[in-house]
Each structure stands twice: as C-alpha cells, then as structure tokens.
Design a protein around this ligand. Sequence first.
Ligand code: UDP
Ligand code: MG
Length: 319
Amino acid sequence: MKKISVIVPCYNEEEVVNIFYDTTKEIVNKIENYYFEFIFVDDGSRDKTLEKLVALASEHEDVKYITFSRNFGKEAAMYAGLKLSDGDYCIVMDADLQHPPALIPIFIEGINEGYDCCAAMRTTRKGESKIRSLFSKTFYKISNSLTDVKLAQNAVDYRIMSRQMVNAVLALSEVQRFSKGIFAWVGFKTKWVPYENVERTVGTTKWSFTGLLRYAIDGITAFSIKPLRMLTGIGFFISILAILYMIWTIAEVFIYGITVPGYATLLTVLLFMGGIIEVSLGILGEYIGRIYMESKNRPIFILKETNIELTSLNWEKEK
Ligand code: UDP
Ligand code: MG
C-alpha cells in the first residue's frame, strides 16, 4: 500500500484544525489502496492551534505535528512538512478548507494515470477583493514576461507530488522560498485540476497587502535577472539620447553662439536622471539583499517539537 503524506501549514487556525481533519478524513477514508497520514505544521501560532494538534495526535495515530520556535511563514512550513514526510506522495493543502478536500480523489486518479503531480487551479476568484484580483493578474503578467519559469495563472499551492518531485523541490534549498516558482522550475508532468474558489468560512486570511507585494517582488527576483539587464538597456538608451543632445548643444553654440537659457532643460534632465538612478539602486538592492540573506545560510525553520520520529533521512540539515 502506498503512503500519502498530507502536509498542512497552520498559523493561528485553532477554529479550523479539527473541522479540517474530520472533513478531509471522511474523504480520504473512501480512497482505496493508499494510506493517508496528516502532517500539521504549526507555524508558531499564537492561539491554541498547537494544543488542538497535540490533542488530535493523541487521538489519531495518522496525525503528526511539527511546531516551530516562531512564525517562519507558509513557505517554511511547507518545506518543513515535505522535509519530515516520508510518503510516496505528498499533498500540500491549506488548513482553512479553501483547498477543497473533494479534489483529493481527482488527484489520486491523476497519479494513477502516471502524472508526477496534480495541481489545483482556481477558475474563479469569488470572495476575493477586486484590488487583490487585479494585483494578482498584474503580477502574473509582469512575472511571466520577465522570467523563463512560466507560472500558471490561478494556480494555488494545493497539489499532490510524487516523492521524486518532492525531493527535487527539497533540493532547492534557498532560504527565501517562492514555492509557486519552485514547483514550476523543477518541471515534471503536471495535471491541472480546475476548481471553484471557496471563501474562507472561519478564521481570517493571514495576508496583508504589503505582504503580498513583498511576495510578488520575491517571486520575480527569485527566478529572473531580467530587471538587472533592463537597467543596462535603460542606461544605454539614455546615454544615446545624451550624446545626441550633446551634439545638438555643441552645434547650437557654433551656429548661434553661447545661449544661456536652459534652466528647464537642466532641471528636467537632472530630476529624470535622479529618478532613474534611484530606481536602479533599488533594483540592485533587491538582488544584493537576496544574496546577503542566502549567504548567511540560515536554516529555513527552527523546529521546536514534533511527534515524527526524526531519522537521518529527514533530519540531516536542520539538526
Ligand atoms: N500560513 C502559515 N504561516 C503563515 C501564514 C499562513 O502556515 O505565516 C498558513 C495558514 O494557516 C493557511 C495557509 O497558510 O493554512 C494559507 O493562509 P491564508 O488562508 O491566510 O492565505 P490565503 O488563503 O488568504 O491565500
Ligand atoms: Mg486561505
């Protein structure tokens, strides 16, 4: 019998963990030939999530939990879950039931058909604010025009992956993780499963607007250096304009003699150049910041407690 590890990042999800487990369990119980285990990753919750998980684990032997020393973010939680899992397949899904467990049987069909991965894709963005949808659309447009890794629009982090793919994902051990890009980058045969967006019924979203903006910038800088090349392009373009203008100015001196007025031109050019330089420094800074953070080689998460037996296999790096 093949084993499937269901990895569930949880941050302040005390209201949902039990409902999540009951609902999902009911669905996977009907699936034959596979054994399901649940790995809940408590990402440093401030509420009673951990207590709920420990209680759940004491009642059900298919429930495992991992808890961090503080909040490390969903990306770190997913990584930890994958790292400590040993299933032949791994499913990553949110705790808030926005990732419908009813898709699991469809995922299983997909892997039985020989796919390495089945991933969910939202067909609607119902229940999401207009601004967020617009922001997200713009992000995919910019990101896909800048990076070679094509991100599927409306793809969510809800998917099943073969062990081979999970190992590939884990091999990309960067600290600043952008899973959407990582999943796309590692490749493998992926089947897309469309579903209708479900509104969060309990608890609240953990995302803020600045958080999303940060996420978008990380997404682009993690997979592309095109913004840096664009700076070179812009530099060249401006230099050519500058040379043309210089030739014109010198010619003007020969034709008309020295003409003093030029205040507006000077000011415009100065401000324009200042703006370009600032933006360029900002873009450079983004990349230097990423190099800096990666060069520290800090662990992606710090584990505090788990009921998973730590083997050398899942525990080489983080100990
Ligand atoms: N999450 C997490 N750490 C965080 C933020 C979120 O583990 O720092 C988990 C959260 O508990 C949920 C999933 O990631 O299971 C998705 O979060 P959320 O529902 O807030 O995001 P949204 O659905 O709005 O994108
Ligand atoms: Mg959610």
